[in-house]
Design a protein around this ligand. Sequence first.
Ligand code: UDP
Length: 147
Amino acid sequence: PSSKETPVTHNHEETLVLVKPDGVERGLTGQILARIEAKGYVITELRMLTPTREMLVKHYEEHEGKPFFEPLVEFMGSGPVVAARVTGNRVIEGFRSLAGATEPTTAAPGTIRGDLGRDWGEQVQKNLVHGSDSTLSAERELGIWFG
Ligand code: UDP
């Protein structure tokens, strides 16, 4: 196909984005959602809630048993979170690219974590956003946050 053809719904995907409690508390929700929209992704569902421990244990089940699991679950339940269902072509990989590396200090400038994330010392859990890492995770996580 020639590059002049209109890109439409090729590789259309959905992902779960969370603005974590540090992002909401710092008043960065609007900026973060604006970056997602500016990239051309579409937000099709949005809610703000303080998640229950039960939701968080399910959401982070792959990390259960790791040393950062408890602090992570505690932090994520410490205040309101904004959850978004975001759609677009290759949005799973694309949002993770927008978010940047896990640690705000080493995340590249230009990314959400690189531009807006702080170094909180040991508290690596405070890195502003979450994005699903595969189609399987996205489906599972969207079920937890949007039912
Ligand atoms: N995390 C942490 N300590 C670590 C690694 C991860 O607190 O050593 C937290 C951090 O909030 C991260 C989340 O656990 O976003 C999930 O970890 P993952 O490796 O999946 O990172 P991500 O995909 O969010 O970049």
